[in-house]
Design a protein around this ligand. Structure first.
Ligand code: D5M
Ligand code: FE
Ligand code: ZN
Length: 489
């Protein structure tokens, strides 16, 4: 239920919908507070889950918590943000982006060309590390030890200790068996990734000794510390009735250096770039019955609101924005940037790019990807989970591909070149989509999955997806990672 103008009756009704009675004094407290009323009610219902009557004391505690300062966590070392010498000029370069270059029509021929591009790109990553021979020549050689590269598919478990799959290159196809530790790796193969195999030839099949992922090199060396910070957010879902206005406002106030804590203001001052990894608006007609969960029904009005909100952020910050599956561009990846009709509604400091996109800001290379494939990766690899989304992103890095599974929940547009291959090693990979928060480092790459500004939707309730809204990663390239929490639920 969306409350437009709020009075005693609507407050009582809103509590009743959540199965709760509310004390008249508690209603008065809500009516007279400066905070967003709906947020207060939602939070009170969540906090007092077992209670039947919401008392004035309950509301006082809720108000106090909501007014509380943003909670602040520093990962890694102590903060030492130096902002004085911050280089004011921003240098932004868009390296790779499908926008304006799409040629695909989705024919069978297009898919052949697309998968050939995927194969060639990943083959050229694996080739220098191996002594691979064409699969078609395996029948003609005498050697027992062999190395091959191909698309892995048809993974099957044989017994508790053994699995098999098939490997195909342009010259042939062969069965590969894996046991023990190798079996475990085989069971995590997703279906359309290009890998290398080192093993022994046994008749018409190969017994794998090693699975070689294209992966990224062990270390990208020591990165020079930058004198600015970057903020990572995604999945704002402007227009949704579960959009967390109060938390969002708190975030904007922090960026504009209006916090009470000087350390927080100092951190905010160091922010030079904000990356937004898609689902900027909730969209229209994205899933059945979505209109019941929208506050803004019209897509144009949603983007207008998004533009107004981003306009509140101080203008020396450059915002790099790419779309997600709720945005008004084609669903299949790679997605182009928002069309002019919508991008023109944003302030001038917003730079629109496609999904995925490689963007270099002051020498820091950021790979920006909404993250739709993470649902597939998490559901296929049992040791992964939504509560640690960055670990799923690491699996993408190991496979050097942003959507290694074709045909499940990640629709792909068959472009002539596979834009989803991670052919360049970024300094930072930023994803979103799953609405949970996680950061980490993998072989020198900062991995960040930003959370959301939407509380749990009806749909997410049904599938037991617990979002972690209002968590913001702030990273000083080469330095500290900070986690700011704007949501106290
Ligand atoms: O997706 C937010 C999260 O919710 C993401 O992990 C996918 C999940 N989700 C959303 N819709 C569906 C459907 N229809 N099936 C399965 N999982 C879903 P968002 O892109 O914000 O909607
Ligand atoms: Fe989303
Ligand atoms: Zn999404």
């Amino acid at each position: 239920m969306v409350i437009k103008s709020i009075d005693t009756k609507t407050i009582v009704a809103k509590f009743a919908v959540n199965g709760k009675n509310v004390h008249p004094e508690a209603v008065k407290l809500i009516l007279s507070c400066e905070l967003d009323k709906e947020t207060v009610i939602d939070y009170a219902c969540r906090k007092c889950n077992g209670a039947f009557i919401i008392t004035p004391e309950d509301i006082k505690a809720v108000l106090e918590e909501l007014r509380k300062n943003i909670s602040f966590e520093v990962k890694e070392k102590e903060p030492e943000i130096k902002t004085k010498e911050k280089t004011q000029k921003s240098e932004i370069q868009i390296l790779k982006d499908i926008t304006g270059k799409s040629t695909c029509r989705g024919t069978v021929e297009d898919f052949v060309v697309y998968f050939n591009s995927r194969f060639d790109k990943i083959y050229s990553i694996l080739k220098p590390r191996m002594k691979a021979i064409p699969i078609g020549s395996l029948g003609k050689i005498k050697a027992e030890e062999v190395e091959i590269i191909g698309f892995a598919d048809n993974v099957r478990e044989i017994d508790a200790n053994k699995a098999m799959f098939e490997l195909e290159d342009k010259t042939g196809r062969i069965r590969v068996y894996g046991e023990g530790k190798v079996k475990e790796q085989v069971m995590e193969l997703l279906g359309d990734e290009v890998i290398g195999v080192a093993g022994r030839l046994r008749g018409r099949s190969v017994i794998a000794e090693r699975i070689i992922f294209p992966d990224i090199p062990m270390s990208n060396g020591n990165k020079r510390k930058k004198d600015f910070s970057v903020v990572f957010i995604s999945d704002i879902h402007f227009g949704s009735n579960t959009f967390l206005k109060e938390e969002w406002n708190k975030f904007v106030r922090w960026l504009n250096m209006e916090s009470e804590d000087e350390r927080l203001n100092e951190l905010a001052e160091s922010v030079k770039y904000i990356f937004i990894a898609g689902d900027v608006v909730d969209g229209v007609g994205i899933y059945p019955d979505q209109e019941k969960e929208l506050e803004i029904m019209d897509i144009y009005a949603q983007y207008e609101f998004a533009g107004e909100q981003l306009d509140l952020i101080r203008k020396d910050i450059k915002i790099i924005l790419s779309p997600g599956n709720h945005d008004a561009v084609r669903q299949a990846e790679p997605q182009p940037a928002l069309p002019k009709e919508f991008s023109s509604l944003f302030p001038k400091n917003v730079i629109h790019v496609g999904n995925p996109a490689y963007v270099v800001v002051d020498g820091v290379k950021v790979l920006l990807y909404h993250g739709r494939s993470l649902d597939d990766v998490i559901s296929r690899i049992p040791r992964l989970g939504y509560e640690k989304p960055h670990e799923a992103v690491i699996e993408l890095l190991r496979r050097r591909h942003l959507a290694p599974l074709y045909g499940e929940r990640s629709p792909i547009a068959p472009e002539k070149e596979d834009y989803l291959v991670i052919d360049d090693i970024p300094d930072i990979i930023h994803t979103g989509h799953v609405h949970t928060y996680g950061t980490g480092f993998y072989r020198g790459v900062f991995v960040v999955n930003s959370s959301t500004w939407q509380s749990q939707t009806e749909f997410q309730k049904k599938v037991n997806l617990n979002p972690m809204p209002g968590n913001v990663a702030v990273y000083q390239p080469g330095g500290n990672v900070y986690r700011l929490k704007f949501y106290s639920g």
